[in-house]
Design a protein around this ligand. Structure first.
Ligand code: GLN
Length: 536
């Protein structure tokens, strides 16, 4: 079977959950026995997501190979249950950088280098070679943004060309649109969707399938209208209505016979489009059937945009399904504590556990440190991730070791007690893009520790994204007070620390949330939640 390419575009507005739709289609195709990979195209000029504030695009997801990528790659990995690569996230920046470098090398000698064909050729070649290198039967290509954006045009043009070159039976276009409900009449309005299909057709793309996002199930009437005006068969209009958990979307699309339609459209060599989602359904049932609610505080400084910490909330959900409990998130904005708007003692009185979230820079740090002290002194199960661990160390140095001015040099470069300091490998690094310590790295786990109980291995691999490290010079002082190192990096700095005289007080330099999957929750999150459950 030749490789198939499925393009997913978006219309009306952004933030429709195109990533989840793409990931869901991926899971369906995979459950039909196909080898699937997924590409996210981000039409912005940044080379990668690493230099962007999470306030704008949500969390920066990290792949095994150290890519700082769009959070949709996280959806793909979680739904597909596979590990993807940094190249699965294509950006305008990456493509132009490559073409310009080639031009300087003389690759196009004598030619005028243009968007068509040079940029579009580069885009098509990258999509095809990802499919080839990853042995895919189907390559899903989600084009970020909304149809009509100037930035997205070269990518849509490449998709149009690719269909012409690969043939109708080897390509499919799925357009995800919003069908809003008018408050006054309660009517589902298809007009914005119709316009966005027209916009797509204007650039030469006729969608094969429409996925309509709406607050409730699409009425027959709305479906008919969409089919007629979009020039799409009635049974190729899918209703993707609001659900409690994103993990339900594959079930919804499967229920409307997406496997059958895709099989027919793409001539897929599978057994009549049969799709086995048994384990997935079991996972969702576990998510929904709980007899206890655990309230977990999430302490960070980008808390107004929940997507800033998406993989962490998902990791907790995966664990909650395994334990058959419901997690209730209590978002704690550290800057509110810093400014005295919220008192730390009030934060902890109705929670069973807390996660101190990753982060950067000084804003909110003192607020987090105050909260951490409260958690440590009151025996509240606490999990610190990356910056979370680093600030747990600062708090301990100040309030237990009595080093009042202890700090991370990220915030105070002149501290007399640099308990968290720049990684030696970072000295002299000037460029900010893609230069942190990134991706999967081994961690050596010490026996007879909580970390060993949890991981049950002497060497584990987790993904990283940091510039600073716990200063090994202070390890003995911490250890003598019961705050021990239970995991070391290859370079010899602490990766995991745990406080013995506490119910559960553990921090990790890495990001175990990136490897958590619905059917395989990250062990550290699972153990943290178990302990929180027992403490509540
Ligand atoms: N700012 C810290 C560092 O660079 C922590 C980073 C993080 O939490 N991902 O080391």
């Amino acid at each position: 079977m030749p490789c198939k390419y499925v393009f997913i575009t978006g219309g009306v507005l952004s933030g429709l959950g195109k990533g989840v739709t793409t990931a869901s289609i991926g899971l369906i195709l995979k459950s039909m026995g196909l080898n699937v990979t997924a590409i996210k195209i981000d039409p912005y000029v940044n080379v990668d997501a690493g230099t962007m504030n999470p306030y704008m695009h949500g969390e920066v997801y990290v792949t095994d190979d150290g890519g700082e990528v769009d959070l949709d790659i996280g959806h793909y990995e979680r739904f597909l249950g596979t590990n993807l690569y940094k190249r699965n996230n294509i950006t305008t920046g990456k493509i132009y950088l490559r073409v310009i470098e080639n031009e300087r090398k003389g690759a196009y000698l004598g030619q005028t280098v243009q968007i068509i064909p040079h940029i579009t050729d580069e885009i098509k070649e990258e999509i095809r070679s990802i499919g080839r290198d990853q042995g895919a039967d189907v390559v899903l290509v989600e084009i970020g943004g909304t149809v009509g954006d100037i930035e997205g045009l070269p990518f849509l043009e490449s998709a149009r060309q690719l269909r012409l070159e690969e043939g109708v039976k080897n390509t499919a276009f799925i357009h995800v649109v919003l069908v809003p409900k008018l408050g006054t009449t309660g009517e589902l309005k298809t007009k914005p969707a119709q316009h966005s299909v027209q916009e797509l057709r204007r650039i030469g793309i006729q969608p094969d399938i429409i996925v309509a996002r709406s607050s409730e199930v699409l009425t027959t009437e709305a479906r008919r209208k969409l089919a007629l005006f979009s020039n799409v068969p009635y049974n190729a209009i899918f209703s993707n209505y609001d659900v409690e958990y994103v993990y339900e979307v594959p079930i919804i699309l499967n229920g409307q016979e997406l496997p059958k339609i895709l099989s027919e459209m793409l001539n897929l060599n599978t057994s009549n489009g049969s799709c086995d989602l048994t384990q997935w359904i079991e996972f969702i049932n576990n998510l929904k059937s709980y007899d206890k609610v655990v309230r977990i505080a999430l302490i960070g400084k980008y808390t107004s945009l929940k997507d800033s910490y998406l993989s962490i909330t998902e990791a907790l959900r995966h664990s909650s399904a395994r334990l058959r409990v419901k997690v209730d998130f209590k978002w704690v904005e550290a800057t509110d504590v810093e400014r005295g708007i919220v008192r730390p003692e009030d934060v902890i009185n109705d929670i069973s556990g807390a996660v101190v979230l990753p982060g950067f820079g000084g804003r909110g740090a003192e607020g987090k440190i105050k909260l951490i002290r409260e958690l440590r002194e009151n025996n509240v199960p606490t999990l610190g991730i990356c910056y979370g661990l680093q600030l747990m160390v600062v708090e301990f140095a100040r309030n237990v070791l009595g080093l009042r001015e202890a700090h991370t040099t990220e915030v105070n470069p002149d501290t007399p007690h640099p308990v968290v300091d720049l990684l030696t490998s970072q000295e002299g690094v000037i460029y900010k893009g893609g230069t942190m310590r990134l991706g999967s790295k081994p961690i050596k786990i010490a026996k007879n520790t909580k970390a060993y109980e949890i991981y049950e291995h002497e060497v584990i691999y987790e993904r990283h994204r940091h510039r600073y490290q716990i200063n090994p010079e202070y390890v003995n002082s911490f250890g003598s007070e019961g705050f021990i190192v239970s995991g070391y990096s290859d370079e010899g700095f602490p990766e995991i620390m745990e406080f013995k005289n506490h119910r559960f007080y553990l921090g990790i330099q890495a990001h175990p949330e990136f490897k958590s999957r619905p059917l395989a929750p990250a062990p550290l999150f699972l153990e943290f939640l178990k302990n929180s459950l027992n403490s509540g």
